[in-house]
Design a protein around this ligand. Structure first.
Ligand code: ADP
Ligand code: MG
Length: 241
């Protein structure tokens, strides 16, 4: 579903991702761990086509995205949802309008159907009846759930999560983790989850990678990561558990 081949990325000459090779199979949850500034968000922005790599190939659902123009990228993004670290809701729009946004942007679905999808997605994240709330009336955990409802409104094949539980308390984090897992189960989506929370990582991952300084320094199943002999990996997973 997602494949990166020898991807390098520099911001104004400063290299932030180096020789990244990666594959994510359909329906799989890949968890990405690594210290701040290691290039995790950059990796997600490349996959959703918000950034172009300096070199290398990025394939999404059988298509190489680097040569795509804005139009073609928009087509591709119809099949992708993203949950940003700071929720990134539109503050001037109600919860319902936030969730409907992608449907209005990317489809010509009739209003009645849009409202049906909005209700069904809000139900999935446990926020039935909150359509007319405004984002500034919501707690951090609720905002994150709206953000997730918005990401899955378009029935995406791929959802990218950038630190979805950052800044949330452990109980709310567990709720978000469960929603990520049930989204995969119910919609069959392919997911990449960037997280600092090792409990989330080990709960969710089919496979994990650790990035350090722009390079993948370890990858494998949960047990491979737990038993990694790489000292940086051990330091990281012990420090953040
Ligand atoms: P992470 O998500 O792992 O914390 P990022 O992908 O956000 O890491 O950032 C990786 C590196 O790239 C950091 O050194 C960061 O300062 C730098 N960086 C991120 N975005 C930009 C940008 N738009 N312009 C220049 N440098 C950037
Ligand atoms: Mg980041």
């Amino acid at each position: 579903m997602i494949k990166l081949v020898n991807v390098n990325m520099s911001y104004r000459g400063k290299r932030v991702l180096e020789d990244i090779n990666l594959e994510v199979a359909k329906g799989e949850i890949l968890v990405v761990i690594g210290p701040s500034g290691s290039g995790k968000s950059t990796l997600l922005r490349l996959i959703i086509g918000l950034l172009k790599p300096t070199s290398g190939e990025i394939w999404v659902n059988g298509q190489e995205i680097s040569p795509m123009n804005e139009n073609e990228l928009n087509q591709m993004r119809r099949h992708m949802g993203m949950v940003f670290q700071y929720s990134a809701l539109f503050d001037s729009m109600s919860v319902g309008e936030n969730v409907a946004f992608g449907l209005r942007q990317h489809t010509d679905m009739p209003e009645e159907d849009i409202q049906k999808v909005v209700r069904s997605r809000l139900r999935m994240v446990g926020l039935s009846g909150h359509e007319t709330d405004m984002p500034n009336e919501l707690s951090g955990g609720m905002k994150k759930r709206v953000s997730l409802a918005r990401a899955i409104a378009i029935n995406p094949e791929i959802v990218l999560y950038d630190e979805p539980t950052a800044g949330l308390d452990p109980i709310i984090s567990t709720t978000i983790d469960r929603l990520i897992a049930s989204t995969r189960r119910r919609l069959g989506v392919t997911s990449i989850v960037v997280t600092h929370h090792m409990s989330s990582a080990f709960n969710l991952a089919d496979r994990m990678i650790m990035i350090n300084d722009g390079r993948i320094i370890e990858q494998g199943g949960i047990d491979d990561i737990r038993r990694s002999e790489n000292r940086l990996v051990q330091k990281f997973i012990q420090g953040w558990t």
